[in-house]
Design a protein around this ligand. Structure first.
Ligand SMILES: [Zn+2]
Length: 478
């Protein structure tokens, strides 16, 4: 219900809406409208502040399309698959593991295509839609495949299913640019693509999605953070791989070896702080450790932060120790040396990865900040992520009031503050429209403004209005 309400407002007010609507749409693709794009930009800027400024990371931007060799080395061509089965009557495709898990209530993580088919037969599972028989299972690669070039130059290529691999490729160059220092952190923000089977959950499961992934190249013998004491007091709800659930400080979780790698604990703390800053309700966040059969085989420990939403848990970030798996794989296939000589030892650096989605956190912000009162609804966005910092209204469209209001609007914009100007309908309606997209404050220029150069500023959350001098406005907004 909350989910539908939020998607409805999102469509109406230009936050997000389905792509290609005039051609009927394709599930798994969403547009960011004028309001959503502003929010997304703010969130990306906050991530930059946290990592490029706060953690001294580099930021890079690489192509979304890359030759097959990249994904052969990374293991995606071989392993990045779901096992599917199709209904022989209605043709509906299903993920075999999900279908079996729903039916038998037992996990089938790690089973191969044949083993899954045997389970379908054994449990006599049929198409949930039409009760038709299910066909032989087959692996289905989630990458979008295409070609680059033509004729003898034509090569197979894929749209990247994650930004991470693209960040690994220029490691040698980045290491030189960073003056051969470890840890070396590199952020990449951009689109990634996964050809999911019938995604149904709106903007939660997208086929083209936005990521902000940070790769920390580290000394394998030093997976610690120099600033851990800055987050060690943060308390968090934890769900371990053994299904134990409790609340604990990050410092204690490391001491007790619940979170084995201190650097992972550090970035869990940083991420909790970041999520709170962008408006996600911290009481609904939980740190979840991946189970042994769900973790990538090369990873020694992986943790997610999940948001307990009205439609179930939503993964917001995954933090994992990828060891030297990726760099070694690229070293082997490309025959380029990825070893470093650091502190008089030779090694391939390990990677601690912090992988944020952008789209899912935006949905979680909408859910966290959605507020209903008897006569109105609004999003209680923190000022930093509100699509516009201020709205400017002329009380009436005559008697020099619009001129004065436009003057204020232009001054605000000149100071690089995002603002909107709205002169249509009653003031009440304009407040309601501003509330619906979470604008923190509205300025109204009225008759008194012409006499004493003051305006009213109305607060979104309290609805309180104060009268202030026009000269004082900028100081308030910055
Ligand atoms: Zn069917």
């Amino acid at each position: 219900m909350l989910y539908e309400k939020i998607l409805d407002i999102s469509k109406r007010r230009g936050i997000v809406y389905p792509s290609f609507e005039i051609y009927g749409g394709v599930s798994g693709f969403y547009d960011y409208g004028p309001v959503g794009k502003r929010i997304k930009q703010d969130i990306e800027d906050i991530i930059r502040e946290y990592y490029v400024i706060g953690e001294n990371c580099f930021e890079v931007e690489c192509p979304v399309l890359s030759p097959e060799s990249v994904w052969i080395a990374s293991g995606h061509v071989k392993n990045f698959s779901d096992v599917l089965t199709e209904c022989s009557k209605c043709g509906e495709p299903y993920r075999a593991d999900h279908l079996i898990e729903e039916h038998t209530k037992t996990s089938c993580a790690g089973l191969n295509s044949d083993e899954l088919y045997k389970l379908i037969e054994k449990n006599k599972i049929r198409c949930p839609k039409c009760n038709g028989g299910l066909e032989m299972t087959y692996p289905y690669n989630l990458m979008f495949q295409t070609y680059v070039g033509a004729g003898k130059d034509k090569i197979t290529a894929y749209l990247r299913p994650e930004t991470a691999q693209m960040t690994y490729l220029p490691f040698r160059r980045l290491y030189e640019i960073g003056r051969k220092h470890l840890p070396l952190g590199v952020l990449q923000i951009g689109h990634s693509f996964r050809n999911e089977i019938s995604p149904r959950q709106g903007m939660i499961r997208l086929r083209e999605f936005n990521q902000a992934e940070i790769q920390f190249f580290v000394d394998p013998d030093n997976k610690k953070s120099a600033n851990f004491d800055k987050v060690s007091e943060i308390r968090a709800k934890i769900l371990t791989k053994n299904n134990e659930e409790f609340e604990i400080s990050l410092g204690e979780a490391v001491e007790k070896n619940i979170i084995k790698i201190q650097m992972i604990a550090y970035f869990l703390g940083i991420s909790l702080r970041l999520f709170e800053d962008i408006g996600i309700n911290k009481n609904l966040l939980k740190l979840r450790q991946h189970k042994d059969d769900e973790r990538a085989f090369y990873s020694t420990d992986t943790w997610d932060i999940e948001f307990m939403s009205s439609i179930g848990r939503i993964e917001l970030v995954g933090i994992s120790d990828r060891t030297d798996y990726d760099l070694s794989a690229h070293m082997k296939l490309s025959r380029q040396n990825m070893m470093v000589n650091y502190n008089e030892r030779n090694f391939v650096p390990h990677v601690i990865e912090i992988a944020y989605g952008i789209d899912r956190p935006i949905y979680c912000i909408l859910e966290s900040t959605y507020t209903e009162e008897k006569d109105r609804m609004y999003f209680k966005f923190p000022k930093r992520i509100a699509p516009y910092r201020i709205a400017v209204f002329p009380l009436v469209n005559k008697n020099n009031i619009p001129e004065k209001a436009i003057g204020i609007f232009e001054t605000v914009k000149k100071n690089r503050i995002y603002a909107i100007y709205d002169d249509s309908g009653s003031i009440g309606k304009r407040y309601a429209r501003a509330d619906e997209i979470g604008i923190p404050e509205c300025i109204t220029v009225d008759y008194q403004s012409l006499e004493d150069s003051t305006v009213t500023i109305r607060d979104r959350d309290t609805k309180n209005q104060v009268r202030v001098k026009v000269e004082g406005i900028l100081g308030r907004l910055i």
